[in-house]
Design a binder for this molecule. Structure first.
Ligand code: AHM
Length: 343
């Protein structure tokens, strides 16, 4: 039987990366392996989501007499569990939890990384069979090794990320992760149950034709944002439009598509929610890191996302992210004098 040795699995790929750094301890590879394992377990449950009525509603007992958990809680527990039992993570913060979880055992206290994740982003879409995802981000801790990690380890600006990635549970399941060396995508091969390298060295196209935003909020956006969106629908010198509008309402799927095809994704502040909806630590920083490594840009409209100093775990921020040229068109309007930017 011929085995295609051209296609590396996630484990093979990260281990191969270690050959370039003989002094590396392998902790990051181990952490990514743990994340890959949790993703596979979550994938199995996500695929069964339509059967929930047969197996039992969340909060009730299923036919085996087990309590059925909401999928986002299940996903949270899977990611937290693999990281706790692994050897490379000192603690986690999750979009699902109010506070950080410090693992505080002799091995974890000597681990150099902490991990943050949104276990199931876009979970409102589960019931209608729309793609959802997991987002994660990894930092080197700043607190003293040998002791429990602290909140300070989690409140680092995104430019300190060592790695970030996401899993998309879609028509196929993919794990995409970035380190400073590049962005690589792995598709789950169900025949062997492994993530296999399918999208090596992902580059975000310099420009694109897709803009993604919740149009229902249009009249709540600032004038410069309205002007940009308006321009996306016209043929103008500023935007190069008309563009195609695509908005799933599942950030992982929306940003993944734009990363591959070229485009811009926006979740601006609104009059009701000036800081928008998305969380800096669990959603915006990891994607900003991935998209920047791939050649794109990400800002909150005033500042590079990765340079924001977080002050609280669950803080929100407006987000504009995508292909470099499209982001630069937007920035011209966001930085323009108010009179110039009026629609
Ligand atoms: P969630 O944390 O409740 O899953 O919400 C996050 C999701 C993002 O994936 C998506 O981009 C956004 O919410 C969509 O929000 P809206 O429906 O306001 O456009």
């Amino acid at each position: 039987m011929n085995i295609n040795r051209q296609v590396l699995t996630l484990d093979e790929f990260t281990i191969q990366g270690l050959r370039d750094f003989p002094k590396a301890t392998g902790e990051l590879s181990s952490l990514l392996r743990d994340i890959g394992l949790a993703a596979k377990r979550v994938n199995v449950e996500v695929n069964k989501a339509g059967l929930v009525d047969i197996l039992g509603d969340a909060g009730t007992m299923n036919v085996q007499g087990e309590e059925v958990k909401k999928l986002d809680i299940y996903a949270n527990n899977q990611f937290m569990g693999v990281l706790k039992h692994g050897i490379a993570c000192a603690g986690i913060a999750s979009e699902e939890l109010d506070d950080i979880v410090v693992f505080d055992d002799p091995v974890s206290n000597n681990s150099k990384y902490v991990c943050m994740f949104d276990p199931l982003d876009g979970s409102g879409n589960i019931d209608v069979n729309v793609s959802i995802g997991t987002i994660f981000s990894i930092y080197r801790r700043v607190s003293e090794l040998g002791k429990p990690c602290t909140e300070e380890d989690f409140l680092q600006p995104g430019n300190k990320q060592v790695a970030a990635g996401y899993v998309i549970y879609g028509s196929s399941t993919m794990l995409v992760y970035a380190t400073r060396r590049g962005v690589n995508g792995f598709t789950l091969d169900p025949s062997i149950g492994e993530f296999s390298l399918s999208h090596p060295n992902i580059q975000c196209p310099e420009s694109g034709k897709i803009y993604s935003v919740n149009h229902g909020n249009f009249f709540q956006y600032d004038k410069p944002v309205q002007k940009y969106i308006d321009g996306c629908q016209r043929k103008t010198k500023t935007t190069g439009g008309p563009y195609t509008q695509r908005y799933i309402g599942s950030m992982v799927a929306d940003v993944h598509r734009n990363l591959i095809k070229g485009g811009i994704f926006m979740y601006p502040g609104t009059t009701d929610k000036p800081k928008g909806k998305l969380r800096l630590l669990y959603e915006c920083n990891p994607f900003a890191f991935i998209v920047e490594v791939a050649g794109g840009k990400a800002t909150n409209g005033k500042q590079r996302i990765l340079d924001i100093q977080p002050t609280e775990l669950h803080q929100r921020t407006p987000l504009f992210i995508g292909s470099k040229a499209m982001m630069e068109e937007l920035e011209v309007l966001l930085n323009a004098e108010p009179a110039e930017a009026a629609v």
